[in-house]
Design a protein around this ligand. Structure first.
Ligand code: FO1
Ligand code: 5AD
Ligand code: SF4
Length: 843
């Protein structure tokens, strides 16, 4: 080690001078902090008093005077393989070492969920994901494991498991996976309450010079780590960072690192905790013979961190890396948090240092005059401004565990799965479905075959209005010959509209979430300027497109005018193209950002050139299903209806949609169709109905884990109470599958929609991007008449958007039409005939 822990006479003088200057009201700077770090004896006492007073002021200001916090957590060491080789780290291992110790390359999903579940039962509220950095860059075994399990990268796996932990246990993930790229952070944000990465040190020499603790560890480049912490700030992620002390850095370097963190926090406000962690030598590591950090040196550093970071910051010191008798000194040094403590799992980074018992720690904290309180992974200041700091997909889980008055943890609360998952009904629902579901099924369907027969008869009466809800529910369960008969009846209802063509629209999707006014120089960051939007629209028209579809919520840091500006830009560049844009959720967002009413916003958008709006995000128009699935991410039914009706009244037509094949019941599908028909009766604004099968793979964040959960539960044959809806769906319609709905269910939904919406909504679209061409062809023979957009971009801009690489060629459309004995015909968004220019479609 290169610094002396024995303070020289000169350093002691500096410390006294530094304290005098602070007393005189001078601000701390790097030289002053460097001097404080060497305070010992009487100076150290003075420093501790100042640090204590600063912490107490801050807690008072925050409304939690005298409260020291901790987080009850489970520690999930996702993988111990790492591309780095920090000389102090005993956590890291090699494939050979893992094999010897019987540890798997990565923790398996079952193990992760099982630990999280056990922790939840013990009152834990945090799941700490700690792991080696990008092991796939170094170890073939890691690459193989990820490939075998279908993950693109370690961080991809972390995201998937955080999602599952959140959905299936209600624990809030805190992610500590080392260096993350900007894109990785964005992908992980919706599944984490907070993230963290220790800065460790700013001493570059420890990384660049042989013998340094970080020599040979690419992820420990201080410049890289500062960039990650900065990115987290820009991304509005409540972030934990801190210093690892005693790894070879000197006092000036410690001070410099503290100021680097303070500067980042001043810019972004995101540093929710500064951990001051002391190196503890570990066996079998390069630094095994180095001395631990000396106690006085450590305590002075904690107190200096408090002075530098200020009263409102959290300064955290782990209670297991200091001997119990000395913990009281950490309180005197100004900490206000003990970090994560687990009643279940070890501190895998410091496995030889057990955590103190929580009650014992509470006693010790009490003896110092403070109260120990449990907090959540995200600190109160961030929970108080959740819109800014937290993704709507994770907020409800935090709220479920939060004390609304203190914004700390509700200590008695237990983390719970977001949905209770029902088993698939294998066989007779009357013996396998929970009671409530069984009642629901029998109430809905009576004797299934008899009701189905009656339903088919009603449908064939030529008056679809004669079909009752109960019959429609039974029809959704039709399979085999019944399904064939249902499809024939639906096909007849389609033909009765008088148009026998299979229609399609030539369109291009633009992802308005990528809109920016200041594109970055980094070509890896996709960006869309107004100029690019205009050019892409003009080019699409050249290529035969009649519609530009705008999807995606613009960056919240842009003003609401961006919605109007992009429409104006496209309208100016492509005067005749139909601009089909903004789901009800975006329309609400536009109104909020513009400070106008929704009707006014719609009028302004129409004036700017908007032609129609997508009626997506309808999902299932049932508040119960919406809440169970999206935990607040989907607007309530009333809001969806009100925005869509306002659009219709503003002269903007819309599509209407349904996402089926997950946890909804057949009754809820029928009710959804009835709701759409009622809106149509009031406004006449729907051009078409698009039933979309639930595709777990491209489900938005909150939805993704649920069907997997359900599949897991059904595979295990578990019986979960309180899941009447799911069991009802499984029992009556038989469509539970981990892979989304079956082709038979899709055909039944299309056919029932055609029958129930006859003489209400003229067009039923087969969603080819989700159904695949085979089922699309079936749907066209069983009630559907349209295939929607052919998506030029799949061939022109293949990497773009959720429908990347998907495009339908003219040949595809024609063969789809031929398969049902009909002709293909291009239409525009409003279903008027379009005569395509000769070269409109790529063949
Ligand atoms: O048990 C541990 N928890 C560590 N934690 C987690 C901490 O205990 C809590 O989980 C956080 O305070 C969030 O509540 C870290 C979190 C970070 O973001 C960055 C570094 C660490 C380091 C440790 C550690 O060494 N041991
Ligand atoms: C998870 C965090 O744990 C810290 N860490 C890693 N190894 C040790 C050790 N031997 N002693 C103390 N802290 C350590 C690092 O700061 C890392 O970022
Ligand atoms: S401290 Fe983190 S980055 Fe360094 S070797 Fe250990 S796991 Fe890898």
């Amino acid at each position: 080690m290169t610094f002396s822990t024995t303070p020289s006479a000169r350093a002691a003088l500096d410390a006294r001078e530094a304290l005098d200057r602070l007393d005189a009201g001078e601000p701390a700077d790097i030289p002053l902090a460097t001097a404080l770090l060497s305070a010992r004896g009487a100076e150290l006492e003075r420093l501790l008093d100042r640090a204590s007073a600063t912490r107490d002021d801050g807690l008072q200001r925050a409304g939690r005077a005298g409260t020291i916090t901790y987080s009850k957590k489970v520690f999930l060491p996702i993988t111990r393989l790492c591309q780095d080789r920090c000389h102090y780290c005993v956590f890291v291992d090699t494939p050979g070492g893992l094999a010897k110790n019987g540890i798997t390359t990565f923790m398996e999903p079952d193990e992760i969920i099982s630990i999280a579940q056990t922790g939840a039962g013990m009152g834990c509220k945090e799941a700490l994901f700690t792991l080696g950095d990008r092991p796939e860059n170094r170890w073939p075994a890691a690459r193989r494991w990820l490939a075998d399990h279908g993950y693109a990268s370690t961080l991809d796996y972390v995201g998937a498991m955080a999602q599952r932990v959140l959905d299936e246990t209600g624990l809030i993930p805190h992610l500590n996976p080392g260096v993350m790229s900007w894109n990785e952070m964005q992908r992980l944000r919706p599944v984490a309450g907070s993230m963290g990465m220790m800065l460790e040190t700013t001493a570059n020499r420890l990384w660049s010079q042989p013998g340094g603790a970080h020599y040979g560890s690419p992820d420990k480049d201080p410049a890289l780590r500062l960039r990650v912490i900065e990115d987290a700030g820009r991304s509005r992620i409540p972030f934990t960072s801190g210093l690892l002390l005693g790894i070879g850095e000197n006092h000036a370097e410690r001070a410099e690192a503290l100021f680097a963190l303070r500067d980042l926090h001043e810019r972004f406000g995101h540093l929710q905790e500064t951990i001051v962690q002391n190196f503890r030598a570990k066996p079998r590591t390069a630094m095994q013979n180095e001395p631990d950090l000396e106690l006085d040196d450590y305590i002075a550093a904690v107190a200096t961190a408090r002075v530098v970071m200020g009263p409102d910051a959290t300064v955290q010191a782990p209670p297991n890396l200091t001997d119990f008798e000395e913990l009281e000194l950490l309180l005197r040094a100004g900490i206000n948090d003990w970090g994560g403590i687990s009643p279940l799992t070890a501190d895998h980074v410091n496995p030889e240092r057990p955590w103190p018992d929580i009650d014992v720690l509470a006693g010790l904290t009490g003896q110092s005059g403070y109260t120990l309180a449990e907090r959540l992974t995200a600190y109160p200041a961030y929970l108080a401004d959740a819109d800014r700091w937290l993704d709507p997909a994770v907020t409800p889980a935090l709220h479920a565990l939060m004390n609304p008055a203190t914004l700390l943890a509700e200590e008695g609360a237990r983390a719970r799965p977001r949905v209770t998952v029902a088993p698939a009904s294998s066989g007779d629902p009357s013996t396998s479905a929970p009671d409530a579901a069984r009642r629901r099924i029998s109430r809905a369907t009576g004797s299934p075959t008899r009701v189905l027969r009656g339903a088919l008869d009603a449908a064939s009466s030529g008056d679809p209005g004669a079909i009752t809800d109960r019959q429609a529910t039974a029809l959704l369960g039709a399979r085999g010959d019944d399904l064939a008969e249902l499809a024939t009846l639906a096909d007849a209802a389609r033909r009765a509209t008088g148009d026998d063509a299979v229609t399609y629209v030539v369109n291009r999707n633009l992802d308005t979430a990528l809109l920016t006014t200041t594109p970055s120089d980094d070509p890896a960051t996709p960006a869309l300027t107004l100029e690019m939007a205009a050019e892409l629209a003009a080019e699409a028209v050249q290529l035969g497109a009649t519609e530009i579809c705008l999807q995606g919520r613009p960056d919240p840091s842009l003003p609401g005018e961006v919605y109007l500006d992009v429409v104006r830009a496209i309208r100016a560049a492509a005067p005749t193209v139909a601009i089909h844009g903004f789901r009800p959720t975006e329309l609400r967002d536009a109104a909020r950002r513009l400070g106008r009413s929704v009707p006014q916003t719609l009028a302004d958008l129409r004036e700017a050139g908007l032609s129609s709006v997508p009626g997506t995000a309808a999902f299932v128009l049932d508040d119960d299903v919406r809440a169970r699935f999206s935990a607040g991410a989907l607007p309530p039914v009333a809001e969806w209806i009100s925005v869509i009706e306002s659009a219709h009244r503003a002269g903007l037509g819309s599509t209407s949609t349904l996402v089926y094949g997950h946890l909804e019941t057949p009754e809820q599908i029928v009710a959804h169709l009835r709701t759409l028909a009622a809106v149509q009766a009031r406004t006449g604004g729907f051009t078409e109905f698009i039933p979309m099968p639930f595709v777990p793979g491209d489900a938005p964040g909150p939805v993704a884990g649920l069907v997997r959960a359900r599949a897991a539960a059904s595979a295990a044959g578990a019986s979960a109470p309180g899941a009447a809806g799911a069991a009802g769906a499984a029992g009556a319609a038989g469509h539970v599958s981990p892979f989304g709905p079956s082709p038979e269910q899709s055909r039944a939904v299309v056919a029932v929609a055609r029958l129930l919406l006859a003489s209400s909504i003229d067009h039923v679209q087969a969603a080819w991007t989700k159904l695949g061409l085979g089922t699309t062809a079936e749907a066209l023979r069983g009630g559907a008449d349209d295939v929607g957009g052919v998506l030029l971009d799949g061939s022109l801009w293949p990497e773009a958007g959720p429908e990347a690489r998907l495009t339908l060629s003219a040949a595809d459309v024609e063969s789809l039409a031929r398969a049902s004995g009909r002709a293909a015909r291009q239409r525009d968004t409003a279903y008027s005939v379009v005569t395509p220019p000769a070269a409109a479609l790529a063949r």
